[in-house]
Design a protein around this ligand. Structure first.
Ligand SMILES: *[C@@H]1O[C@H](CO)[C@@H](O)[C@H](O)[C@H]1NC(C)=O
Ligand SMILES: *[C@@H]1O[C@H](CO)[C@@H](O)[C@H](O)[C@H]1NC(C)=O
Length: 367
């Protein structure tokens, strides 16, 4: 589907987003200053924080992160739309506000020809953290007072793409910024990552994917890729199966050094590496023929994806236990279809077995 069609489809969402033609100056990777312009006219919906308010505080991290995620959402959805061939199928954009503060823009494509289910979710939320959530953060090493509610702000983008063709891998990414206020002190950190879940192993594809992420990391700190690659392998561990969810990528949390601007620049590079890391794999594989058996294997692997998300995923669990959370958005990462079969075990020497071996023993893709 072309970009023009996308604009037509999405324009009813918000007519007033075209009223603002100003540009925000944010920090680029090379220059502390003004060269990164984000044009809000391409956003899929109005920003959650009114533009007027954002314009008053262009250099605040909250503003910069909200603009980053809105832009990343628009860019990624446009890249996916361009690949979706089912003419009447398009992304459904849902902008919602939360009575307690903030809101989000959920963007979903379901039952496409290329994408069985694709979700690209943005949220900008503020409110107060209950003592139980503060306790969870303390357990992770945050210096916060015990037994009190604390004001917080969170802005993030999260996306999961489940394609139809079993030769096209699933991708997931999430980038978020968090602030917690303790008296007149503000604690802040970033977290996120991008990871790939193939159903059939194409070594070149995995190497391409990891190389794009590594390039984004290496621009900021040479220790990032090895550290965050391992963190990803450790995090996406389906412990009860003894398998990783996929072939990994990068994952990090609680990143608060050396300073907000540097971490923001890193997160910006990561978010910009999603399209070049993944879209070429869809282009390459989406029209490959596949058999019913290959589709069945994909469905079984999707079952594992569900097991991970419901049992281990921090974001999903946090969402499910948050009062007033939007369940549909939290569970949008689940595939449309999945399958469980009693004692299914691929035969030796098959491509299914080849994938399992990789998932049981994560390896380095870039030597
Ligand atoms: C997606 O939306 C839900 C609320 O509907 C929110 O709980 C979740 O944190 C959002 N994900 C991100 C990373 O923004
Ligand atoms: C890279 O990150 C490490 C921590 O992982 C830090 O000790 C080091 O100072 C950083 N290097 C640069 C060049 O920022």
């Amino acid at each position: 589907m072309s970009c023009d069609v996308l604009v037509l489809l999405l324009s009813p969402v918000s007519a007033c987003m075209y009223l603002w033609t100003g540009k925000f100056a944010t920090k680029s990777e090379q220059l502390v200053g003004e060269d990164l312009d984000m044009d809000s006219s391409k956003f899929l919906a109005e920003t959650i924080t009114p533009l007027e308010e954002l314009r008053e505080k262009p250099s605040e991290m909250r503003t910069k992160m909200e603009l980053l995620i809105m832009e990343a959402q628009a860019d990624f959805v446009q890249a996916l739309e361009a690949l979706e061939t089912k003419s009447e199928q398009h992304f459904h954009v849902d902008r919602w506000l939360r009575p307690e503060g903030g809101g989000g823009v959920t963007c979903i494509c379901q039952d496409g020809e290329v994408f069985e289910k694709a979700g690209v979710n943005v949220s900008v939320v503020n409110g107060v953290l209950p003592p139980s959530a503060v306790a969870q953060m303390r357990a992770r090493g945050k210096q916060l007072p015990e037994g009190r509610t604390l004001p917080f702000f969170a802005a993030g983008i999260s996306s999961v793409i489940h394609p139809v063709n079993p030769h096209v891998p699933t991708v997931h990414f999430n980038y978020r910024y968090f602030e917690v206020q303790d008296g007149d002190q503000v604690q802040w950190w970033f977290g996120g990552g991008t990871d790939l879940t193939p159903y059939y192993l194409y070594v070149d594809d995995v190497v391409h994917f990891h190389s794009a992420l590594k390039a984004a990391c290496d621009r900021h700190n040479l220790t990032y890729y090895p550290k965050f690659k391992k963190w990803c392998d450790d995090y996406f561990h389906v412990v009860h199966r003894g398998e990783r969810r996929g072939v990994g990528g990068i994952f990090f949390d609680d990143l608060d050094t050396p300073d907000p601007e540097s971490v923001f620049a890193f997160v910006h590079s990561c978010s910009q590496s999603v399209i070049p890391s993944y879209i070429p794999l869809v282009e390459k594989r989406a029209s490959m023929p596949y058999s019913g058996e290959e589709r069945l294997w994909q469905q079984l692997r999707r079952g594992r994806y569900v097991e991970f998300n419901l049992i281990y995923d921090r974001g999903t669990k946090f969402g499910l236990y948050t009062p007033g959370a939007r369940i549909e958005s939290i569970l949008m990462s689940l595939p449309l279809t999945a399958r469980w079969e009693y004692m299914h075990e691929p035969t030796e020497g098959t491509r299914e077995q080849e994938l399992l071996e990789i998932l049981r023993e994560p390896r380095d893709w870039i030597l």
